[in-house]
Design a protein around this ligand. Structure first.
Ligand SMILES: [Zn+2]
Length: 239
């Protein structure tokens, strides 16, 4: 279902302009740009299944195809003035869409120690001013392997729980490694949110994540034993 009323994950101040200049919004979503690299081989042990081609997907449109070396990953909610339990639960509802869609292959756990965070989630007020974001993720990864080191996620609050769940799910998609956007508006990872209907994880969204990981999600290594990238890093910001 296609809805005409759209809301960007990107700057709220450009909300109305986004409809008029969609290419601008897409062009501005790549963060650090780059891309064009081949899908990294998985670090997880296991035998890839060549016959699984994970189609349809939009991997070719993803600027940076990133991966976590192992799961579960730790999610920490920053206890700022915008934080409350209801917002946390909304975010978790969005995150859980990916856990469910993948059959629990990308588990996470909520931690209360910032030092244990893989993904730090900060809620921010929704004033509609320039620079405000519905969602914004800053991802640091090792350049040579595309292994994610940490993510700082910002979730704007609209007060519409359905939209906020969409924002959380969209940003979690980035946090899992889809550091780019789908060109298809039906997909959750399209750069513009759907303010009327449901932006849910589509087959293409799921296949894209599976393709990035080549179907290999390491859930057998503890976080403390996770491969800690030591090479040069890069940080990108994506809406
Ligand atoms: Zn995005």
């Amino acid at each position: 279902m296609i809805n005409l009323s759209k809301r960007r994950w990107t700057p709220v101040g450009l909300l109305m302009a986004a409809v008029a200049v969609p290419m601008l919004s897409i062009a501005g979503c790549g963060g650090g740009g780059g891309g064009g690299s081949a899908i990294p081989s998985p670090t997880a042990s296991g035998t890839p299944t060549p016959s699984q081609n994970f189609t349809p997907n939009y991997v070719a449109s993803i600027e940076n195809r990133l991966r976590w070396a192992s799961f579960p990953i730790n999610v920490y909610f920053v206890p700022n003035s915008e934080f409350n339990a209801a917002r946390r639960n909304i975010a978790i509802t969005g995150f859980n869409q990916w856990v469910s869609a993948t059959g629990n292959r990308v588990p996470y756990q909520v931690v209360t120690d910032a030092n244990q965070a893989d993904i730090s989630v900060t809620f921010s007020s929704f004033s509609g001013g320039p620079g405000d974001e519905l969602g914004l993720s800053t991802i640091t990864f090792e350049q040579s392997t595309n292994l994610i080191i940490e993510v700082a996620m910002n979730i704007g609050i609209t007060g519409d729980s359905r939209e906020d769940i969409q924002t959380a799910a969209h940003e979690f998609g980035h946090s899992l490694g889809i550091a780019g956007h789908s060109p298809n508006e039906a997909d959750l990872m399209f750069p513009v949110g759907n303010s009327a209907g449901c932006s849910c994880i589509t087959t293409a969204d799921l296949n894209t994540l599976l393709a990035i990981y080549n179907g290999q999600f390491n859930t057998s290594t503890s976080r403390s034993a996770r491969t800690r990238p030591t090479g040069p890093t890069r940080t990108i910001t994506i809406h």
